[in-house]
Ligand binder design. Sequence first.
Ligand code: ADP
Length: 765
Amino acid sequence: MTIPAVALRGMTILPGMVAHFDVSREKSMKAVEEAMMGEQDIFIVTQKNIEAEDPQIDDLYRIGIVAKIKQVIKMRNGIIRILVEGERRAELSGIVEQVPYLLAEVLYLEEHRQEYSGEALEGMRRAVLEAYGRYAVLNPKLDKEFMRQASETKETERLMDLIANNMPVYYEEKQKYLESVTIDERYETLIEMILREINIISIKNEFQSKVKEQVDKNQKEYLLREQMKVIREELGEDNTESDVQQFQEALKKLRAKKEVKEKIQKEIDRFANINSNSSESAVARGYIETLLELPWEKKSKDNKDLKHAAKVLDNDHYGLEKVKERMLEFLAVRNLTKKGDSPIICLVGPPGTGKTSIARSVAKALDKEYVRICLGGVRDEAEIRGHRRTYVGAMPGRLAAGLRMAGVKNPLMLLDEIDKVSSDYKGDTSSALLEVLDSEQNNKFRDHYVEIPIDLSEVLFIATANSVQDIPRPLLDRMELIEVTSYTENEKMHIAMEHLLRKQMKKNGLKKDNLSIREEAMAEVIRGYTKEAGVRSLERKIGEICRKSAREIYEDNKKKITVTKKNVSRFLGKEKYTFDMAGKTDEIGIVRGLAWTSVGGDTLEIEVNVMPGKGEFRLTGQLGDVMKESAQAGISYIRSVSKEYKIPKEFFRENDIHIHIPEGAVPKDGPSAGITMATAMLSAITKRKIRADVAMTGEITLRGRVLPIGGLKEKTLAAKNAGIRTICVPAKNEKDMDEISDEIKQGIEIVYAETMKDVLETAFV
Ligand code: ADP
């Protein structure tokens, strides 16, 4: 079909869209005239290149729209304005030459509505409506009437066109939608368009609310300053003068290099010349104050006495021998080498095991200022490096702020939860941190706000983390890890009796002889009310007992309260945890495994069922990919030894195997359940019973070798708490077992397995 055509610049018309535009090019006007003489249909196609005055076929998009001209108005300057309604998509296949206007050869693009089921169309309709609804919520300027109209539109394609028409996007995106020919494609393009808009608007809203907060704050400050100015004038003081004088005096006293002083002097001079009411003046004032308070050359004197340090560490913490020893070695090296070139220490372990508090003790031992910088959830690079001063409400980054708080250039800085930093569209936090930790670079750390390089090389950094895997790799390379492991019940008892109780009593205003907690009662608190690797909730529970006692002492005039095993529940309510004790009877297809999570060890029961079926293999419970793979490896192993166990060949074809790991709330992953799953499967297949008092951990290979695993201490502890008698661990872990204290191993038989054979001999009844 041939049809007069108009090339459109910077605009795309979609089906169902009513729009008007001005036509000024000679050729286009002729095309409109030609169309008006016929059926009033015109082909409208968008130009790829806005600049082309006389567009050829290559300058045009392939797909355009056939529209009906509804109205033509002649304007004064020879231009005509036309009103059109988009009707059907059409593809441009050629241009007829030698005509004074654009005459296009086009092909209508068919709509394949019948290919879709009613459900599919309705599903798409709802999805579009829902996405648009979400968009509308974020964009309150949107017309309510339009939303109503949209939700009443029953026909999916019409709805999609309607919404696409209404999206405030560039014409290129509308063109993309126009070029989506099938309903599927249109649906995808549209949803993508809406989701992108949602994203953009949420980012925009975030920025706006930040700016608004700042403006409100500035407004308030401005008013206060105005008032202050009037008061000062009444009193005959001029404020800028006195501010400048104050700054000058502070600068005189400041210990800093010449360049720094010069820079500050310059800023003060500039400040003196700014109108004191302007917001610029407030910014300059804040900047000068920050510069004057940063410890450029100010240092505190370290206490180098290691004996003193050892004493402080011992006084503050029970146990943790290895950690303390490593800390003292580290300090000795630091003393000898004089400079902070030593690697950065990172304490790794479950929450509540005293990582933060041992760092604080180190600061105390060395007479250092202590600053804690919490990195958990820091996503914005600017939080570390500061905002540029051009930005309203700019601030120095956390490191500069921490240094300002410490007041000296050589404090101990704790980078807490370094495994929890993450990066998003606002920049790369971990590379900023890398610059902080790198001793080659950190004597000239650049904060965007401060601008003058800051020397961090004399700061003693200590980091903490819960799990090594989550620490960004380059950071990990710069740090020396010290592992802090979970506490045994006995250790918890000591910590509670010797440290936590005293601390909490003091906090709650109790005197030494006001409260005593018997050991049996404390054991009950540890066992029945807390379940953790560290002692954080234990400390909270003790705090709760202290609070309740304080009230009784105050209200009932009691002199002394003794907590015994019997009356614990009066303070803490009913006990929360009963230990998941080992099953009493030996069963088929149920094996107890040992697991390590970032909050300590745990036991988990693996169940396997075998039933007639089609040779399928299923895994349920919250499992990770590694775990699924090791289950597969287990199956392969079993198939390879099926002769030995007299499993018929057809067995794997005619039966389904289902593995389940209950208590699915905690996602589990890792290879260490390999031998457990294999044992459970073999037991279910051969119908042989498994001893109920055995637990195991180890990775399995296809040939049935048992490979070593980590977290042995936590796992053994968990086994002991669950009343297990015998544990099966990889033979290669024997040396790690030697390092675990006898308190934990007592009463547990340990079987070192080289291959699955050893495991099965132990586990089968
Ligand atoms: P983390 O930083 O490892 O999460 P914290 O340092 O916050 O743990 O420790 C939680 C609480 O337990 C602190 O009050 C701390 O003093 C106390 N604590 C932990 N371990 C010990 C210990 N070995 N001796 C004495 N107190 C301890």
